[in-house]
Design a protein around this ligand. Structure first.
Ligand code: SF4
Length: 232
C-alpha cells in the first residue's frame, strides 16, 4: 500500500514565497540558456590578482580594470611585491580606475595582511576575507566563487542590485538584505550563476537608464517590464 499523503496547509506568506521561488528558478533557467558561458570578466591568474582586480572594480567597469592590470601585475604580480610596493607608484598604476588613493591603500594593506597573517595565501573563508582592508561581502563572494569555486553568498553588485529589484525578487535596496533574499530563493550551487548572468543581462539588455524590455526574454516574468525606468 502506498504511503498516505497528508495535505499540508500553508499560509499566504509561504505561498507567496513558493511562487517567488518558482519564478526565480525560471529566471535562472532562462539566464543559463541566454548566457551559457558567462564567467567573471576580470583578467587574473591567481587568487591575489582576482582580489586586487575586484577591489579595483568598485565604481569602475571591468573593461577599465582590465586595461590597468597588465601593467600593475607585470610590476607587482603577487601579495609579497604589492605589500612592499611604493605607494605613489601603486596609486599611479591604478589611477584611471577612480578612487585610486583609497584603492591603492587598501590593496597594499590587504596584501600585507595576506603575507603576515595568511602565509601569503588569500584565505578561502568568508570570515577571514572580511578581515582584509577594503574587502566587503561583494569582493569576498567574487573571490570565493571564482578563485576557489565556493558559493558562500550571492555577489550583489550594481547590476545584480538593479535587476533583482526590477525583476521583483527583492524589495530591499541594501546589498546585504538583497543578498539574504536571494540566498533564500536560489539553490546554493547557483548563487554565483545567478549573479554572473544577471551582470551579463544588465550589460546587454536591462541597462540602468534604458532597459530594452522589447528584446528581453525575461519580460513575461518581470513586473516592471515596459514601465517607466527608476534609476538606482
Ligand atoms: S523586462 Fe525590462 S526591466 Fe524587466 S528585466 Fe527585462 S529589460 Fe529589465
Amino acid at each position: 500500500m502506498g504511503a498516505k499523503i497528508i495535505p499540508v496547509k500553508i499560509g499566504s506568506g509561504e505561498k507567496k514565497l513558493l511562487i517567488l521561488r518558482e519564478r526565480s528558478l525560471e529566471i535562472l533557467a532562462r539566464l543559463k540558456r541566454l548566457y551559457p558561458d558567462a564567467t567573471c570578466s576580470l583578467n587574473y591568474s591567481t587568487p591575489v590578482q582576482l582580489l586586487v582586480a575586484t577591489i579595483l572594480s568598485a565604481q569602475c567597469t571591468d573593461e577599465r580594470v582590465n586595461k590597468v592590470t597588465p601593467a600593475l601585475f607585470g610590476k607587482f604580480p603577487d601579495a609579497e611585491s604589492l605589500a612592499i610596493a611604493d605607494l605613489v607608484e601603486l596609486e599611479n598604476l591604478v589611477r584611471s580606475t577612480g578612487f585610486y588613493r583609497n584603492k591603492a591603500k587598501n590593496i597594499q594593506a590587504a596584501c600585507r595582511m595576506i603575507v603576515t597573517e595568511f602565509n601569503s595565501v588569500v584565505p578561502n573563508q568568508m570570515e577571514q576575507l572580511l578581515k582584509l582592508p577594503g574587502v566587503a561581502r561583494k569582493t569576498a563572494n567574487v573571490v570565493l566563487a571564482h578563485a576557489y569555486g565556493i558559493n558562500a553568498g550571492v555577489t550583489v553588485d550594481t547590476h545584480v542590485k538593479r535587476l533583482s529589484g526590477r525583476l521583483g525578487v527583492t524589495e530591499h535596496t541594501d546589498p546585504v538584505r538583497i543578498e539574504q533574499d536571494l540566498m533564500g530563493l536560489l539553490p546554493q550551487p547557483d548563487w554565483e550563476n545567478w549573479s554572473i548572468r544577471l551582470i551579463y543581462h544588465g550589460r546587454a539588455i536591462c541597462k540602468a537608464r534604458s532597459p530594452v524590455c522589447i528584446a528581453c526574454e525575461l519580460a513575461d516574468l518581470c513586473p516592471t517590464a515596459n514601465k517607466p525606468v527608476v534609476v538606482g
